[in-house]
Write a protein that binds this ligand. Structure first.
Ligand SMILES: Cc1ncc(COP(=O)(O)O)c(C=O)c1O
Length: 452
């Protein structure tokens, strides 16, 4: 598959690698022979600082032998059983999640192999909850603009990533959407959020009819779509209150923001909100195995259990290798206090990016903990973006790699050019300095080339 913005100097000629790409003619991918700490290491030994932990995944850092060994032990014990069966690694993981990680009364866990599968599953659980309860008219899932929930047809349908939905629309069930909380470009508040964007949820529910709405889904802190959009303090409590008022399930998609990334175990905890369904992925196994999960409050699953209805599993759900990887990763996070470290290093990163926040081509630097983003524009005053053909984000990512740092490309719609930062929580202060200085240099270099 083509991965935009990842073509760079650490490649071999197209002819060698062309047969590996699914789409012929795709840019040659970066070759990675080994990973270690905060670094990706190419076959010739070049070290690339992984400023985005891959796709904002790696949290305990790369190359942790103990995780690989835990996976090996689990597979030697049990390789595959159907997901509803119990295995030692699965049982240990559930106990650890319930005892030390899940917020409030969120206790029930079902596993998948990634974020999109988990969002799809959360939607199915929400729908099944109402079918089992005898309210089959509730099926709509209200989403938000500039959101991303995955690429399965269900998760794409509730998402608001126009680029990734493009061309797929006839296959996607239409669901209502509210605007994102994006004060920088908000027509309602023009910069100082008064929560009108949250109140639109009430208007949409009234317009659609609450009896047709099953759930509201959103990322508590946005991911790469518009780049770490972070609402003001009152936003999430207001959203939760509206959902409660209309009996609508609140789904927090924490595939990217969960498991410590924003400096709390889950981003909803910044605002003391407990969702009905919490979706996790990426950081749960820190990149060591394909893993996702849906966590639910007891009262969400109760009607399904009482009606003796079922939730169909994915064949590879709760795989012993994935459960063991997740358990080992969470163990490292607890032992090394990495959630606290993500908060601390996040503050340092914000301080180091402060000068960039004043750059004439930066509209905003935003985010929490180690999920931050820089929005790049042609003009800071008007916030006008560069033309799409200038491929500013792709060029910045390529310039970063050429200078030894990998940034994650983001951006969509009005937030056209966004660089996302999400390094491992083990990142050192020196490595943070390197991220900030290489990013500034990459932005300056690309802006000089594309500006008229
Ligand atoms: C918030 C959010 N939800 C869902 C997904 C989809 O996860 P996956 O790519 O593991 O299917 C992503 C991926 O970036 C995400 O950021």
């Amino acid at each position: 598959m083509r991965v935009s913005g990842c073509e760079a100097s650490h490649t071999t000629p197209m002819t060698d690698l062309d047969r590996y790409a699914f789409l012929p003619g795709a840019a040659s991918p970066i070759q990675v022979a080994r990973t270690e700490g905060s670094f990706l290491i190419t076959p010739d030994g070049t070290r690339i600082l992984d400023a985005s932990g891959g796709a904002i995944v790696s949290n305990v850092g790369h190359g942790r032998r103990e995780v690989a060994e835990a996976v090996g032990r689990a597979l030697a014990e049990v390789d595959y059983v159907v997901p509803p069966f119990h295995t030692p690694s699965r049982q240990r993981l559930i106990e650890r999640l319930q005892d030390r990680w899940l917020p409030g009364d969120v206790r029930r866990c079902v596993f998948t192999s990634g974020g999109s599968e988990s969002v799809d599953s959360a939607i199915r659980v929400a729908r099944q909850h109402f079918v089992s309860k005898g309210e089959p008219s509730r099926y709509k899932v209200i989403g938000r603009g500039l959101s991303y929930h995955g690429v399965t047809l269900g998760s794409l349908a509730v998402g608001g990533h126009t680029k990734r939905r493009a061309g797929m629309e006839p296959l996607l069930t239409e669901h209502p959407r509210i605007p994102p909380c994006y004060p920088l470009r908000c027509a309602m508040c023009q910069g100082s959020c008064d929560l009108s964007c949250a109140d639109v949820l009430r208007e949409v529910i009234e317009r659609e009819g609450a009896e047709t709405v099953a759930a509201f889904i959103a990322e508590p802190i946005g991911g790469s779509t518009a780049g770490a959009l972070t609402p003001p303090d009152g936003y999430w409590p207001r959203i939760a209150e509206i959902c409660r008022e209309y009996g609508i399930l609140l789904i927090a998609d924490e595939v990217m923001s969960g498991f410590g990334r924003t400096g709390k175990r889950f981003a909803v905890e910044h605002w003391d909100v407990t969702p009905d369904l919490l979706v996790g992925g990426k950081g749960l196994a820190g990149g060591y195995a394909p893993m996702g999960a849906v966590f639910a409050r007891e009262e969400v699953v109760q009607p399904i259990a009482e009606a003796r209805d079922e939730i169909m599993f994915f064949t590879y759900a709760a795989h012993p290798a994935s459960c063991a990887a997740a358990e080992a990763v969470l163990d490292i996070m607890e032992r090394e206090n990495l959630v606290e470290r993500a908060a601390e290093m996040g503050e340092l990163l914000s301080r180091r990016l402060a000068s960039l926040a004043e750059h004439p081509n930066v509209a905003e630097v935003r985010g929490r903990g180690l999920l931050q983003a820089v929005e790049i524009v042609a003009d800071r005053e008007s916030r006008a973006p560069f033309p799409a053909e200038a491929k500013v984000t792709g060029r910045i990512v390529a310039a970063g790699v050429a200078d030894g740092v990998f940034f994650y490309p983001g951006g969509c719609g009005p937030a056209r050019d966004v660089v996302v930062l999400g390094p491992p929580f083990t990142i050192s202060p020196d490595e943070i300095d390197q991220i900030a200085s290489v990013l500034e240099k990459a932005i300056d270099g690309v802006v000089a080339r594309v500006s008229p």
